[in-house]
Write a protein that binds this ligand. Sequence first.
Ligand code: UDX
Length: 471
Amino acid sequence: MNHTDITVQGQTDFAAPRITVIGTGYLGATHAVCMAALGFEVLGVDVDPPKVAELAAGRVPFFEPGLPEKLREVLDAGRIRFTTDFDEAAAFGDVHFVCVGTPQLPGSHGADLRYVDSAFTELARRITRPALLVGKSTVPVGTAARLRELVREVSPVGEELELAWNPEFLREGFAVEDTLHPDRLVFGVASPRAERELQRVFRPLLDAGTPLVVADLPTAELVKVAANSFLATKISYINAMAEVCEVAGADVDVLSVALAYDDRIGGRFLRPGLGFGGGCLPKDIRAFQHRASELGAGQAVAFLGEVDGINLRRRSRTVDLVRELAGGSLEGVRVAALGAAFKPNSDDVRDAPALDVARMLYLEGATVAVYDPEANANAHRVYPDLDYVDSMDAAVAGAEVTVLLTEWDEFRHADPGVLGRLAAARRIVDARHALDVEAYLEAGWEYRALGRPMIGAPTALPQGGGVAIAE
Ligand code: UDX
């Protein structure tokens, strides 16, 4: 194998493999840049020429705090390049990370593996010396074993080509931090050689004390979907409690705070509201169910269907609250929709609850002015019919109902008095439970939130209301 010296914290201490990263989306671009930041020589590969050109010019084609600065740093240091050329990638790399997307198949809950299959085979056909291929994409269990056979069949070097799986747990918005300081590393391997090679690649993180779990290929694949399923279940659990609170006249925010004090439960991912979206959680729980059914274990994860159902009901229930505040009909009502991204600090609108709610309001006849600090352009591409404006004030101006859909700091910290003077009526649905209820009530707003009792005036605020919920 080719090796270059790696300098970690100023010390040349071990020979390092050269790394390629195939697929430069949210996951791949971050991984490529962070590997270069750790001192490796990296080649980023993508089939999309404009994306490659952007990255090569030092621009990150999506919103991820901290990533543009890191990209420029490693470009300046000459440790990263980008290409569309698979021949170049095959010649360059000792370890190839595959980070392409596995979207939901149209008309099915299964995952579309065409990009993964193609990345592995295109590389394998061209690799003419011993190398390690590492999958990072989230795939149905069994994929890695199948691909291991396949790449060895098509590769000129056969068994000299090894395959491993290394699931990625990064969160958008914290991608750099999560990649450089992961809470654990998982190596899915089928040979000691693969494990040794992964140890060399992740040595800087392992030396820094990152816990390592070494597993076989199917277990490593399952860790990722099991983790995402657990997180989705936790969110839907508290949102199911919100549904019960709604009919019982109880307050889910207070309930959540009380549950969170139990260390065994914990407060993270127990924030009630509009529920989960994004490019991972929704499609991963569906693909997991689909795959488990194929394997004859569908019953074991049938509850994920409920998790999905609870999550989607939060969206229609948010529309109900807006309609109620509008007086029973949305026809011709002007609504300010604050947020489109699936969560703050992201411009990602894949399966975004916010955008879904804005669309449902529009389909019921409302005039919807959408403002998101970063996701307007992506949202416009998906739903061009909505009216996108370029400031929070412009969205709220003349609104008969305002609905907070993504909890950006800009929205959380807005002054309810100032907003009230812009709006046609002071009525707000806080779909993310992110606002200071008392401040809004004091400024004369009618306030509604899922799973909280109706609050019309400051005196009606229940004891414990407005307590901040831990993430
Ligand atoms: C997720 C996993 O966290 C990450 O480990 C995995 O690698 C990819 O999928 P991400 O999609 O970036 O990461 O988003 P995350 O921060 O997990 O949030 C997912 C969704 O859940 C968001 O829509 C968020 O608004 C929602 N959420 C989160 C809640 O509704 N309540 C909570 O308490 C937490």
